[in-house]
Design a binder for this molecule. Structure first.
Ligand SMILES: Nc1ncnc2c1ncn2[C@@H]1O[C@H](COP(=O)(O)OP(=O)(O)OP(=O)(O)O)[C@@H](O)[C@H]1O
Ligand SMILES: [Mg+2]
Length: 253
């Protein structure tokens, strides 16, 4: 499975979901590759010292000669089943660089051809835009997971995302499936919260995951210590919920 975590809304929990889901899968012994496709490189920073990196995803995607994914870093001691392909700020230049290139939407898919069989799961963290990077992710993926922040404007932009998915399915990647949506940053104390869940359920129906990710300070803190929630705070609600989400995902594929 190649799973895109995407929502062009910023700050909805894409990165938090990508890093902890990848860690949950890897902790089950499943060979997992986390690819960071966001110029902000938050997923990369959550596991690696990004200053020390020589090659990043940008080098692979900007190369006009189809190249296999380079720059994959194995997280040896901490989580031997997890590897990370880090991003860098250079990715912000990719859109301009690929203008007019006929294969621009297929760069990531082509780069993954030679490495996909090395992994049980590949998780893609995407930037908060619907540009060429997110389209590359959708074209390369078998499935899409949409994190939706439990907030008043939760569903704003979802139409555009689903429209982009339909366009990608129409030609470039007919096998792309919407695996589901997961509610993040949930705060059960607010009166709005339950209304919002109902609204989201109306759009996604039974593709809305039962697991809800609640607000938790531990989830915010763990990246600063370059750890997933499972080693940083194994007994926290965040660890429990992301583990449950990983189980639900495995049961759907
Ligand atoms: N369940 C949660 N509880 C508390 N804080 C959270 C939770 N999920 C995410 N956060 C925090 O909210 C902020 C945004 O989350 P995150 O970076 O995962 O979102 P994103 O969608 O990847 O953002 P961007 O669009 O900028 O890439 C971060 O500071 C993160 O630590
Ligand atoms: Mg992010």
């Amino acid at each position: 499975m190649i799973l895109s975590i995407a929502n062009q809304k910023g700050g909805v929990g894409k990165t938090t979901t990508a890093i902890n889901l990848a860690a949950a899968l890897a902790s089950k012994g499943l060979k997992t590759l986390l690819i960071d496709l966001d110029p902000q490189a938050n997923s990369s920073m959550s596991f690696l010292d990004v200053r020390a990196l020589e090659k990043t995803v940008y080098d692979t995607l900007s190369d006009p000669v189809a190249t296999p994914m380079r720059s994959i870093i194995q997280l040896a001691e901490k989580l031997p089943s997890l590897a990370v392909a880090p991003a860098s700020i250079a990715l912000a230049k990719l859109e301009a660089k690929l203008i007019g290139e006929l294969d621009s939407h297929f760069r990531l898919k082509d780069a993954l051809d030679s490495v996909r069989s090395d992994y049980d799961y590949i998780v893609l963290d995407t930037p908060p835009t619907l540009g060429i990077i997110t389209v590359n992710a959708l074209v390369a993926s078998t499935h899409l997971l949409v994190p939706i922040q439990s907030s008043y404007f939760a569903l704003e932009g979802t139409d555009d995302l689903l429209e982009t998915v339909e366009k990608v399915k129409a030609r470039a990647n007919p096998q792309l499936q919407i695996l589901g949506a997961v509610i993040t940053l949930y705060d059960k104390r607010t009166l709005l919260a339950r209304d919002i869940v109902e609204q989201i359920r109306r759009v996604f129906g039974d593709r809305l995951f039962e697991t809800v990710i609640t607000k938790s300070v531990r989830l915010e803190e763990s990246p600063a210590y370059k750890e997933s929630i499972f080693t940083f705070a194994p007994r926290s609600s965040g660890a429990f919920e992301y583990y449950k989400l990983s189980e639900e995902i495995l049961s759907r594929v």
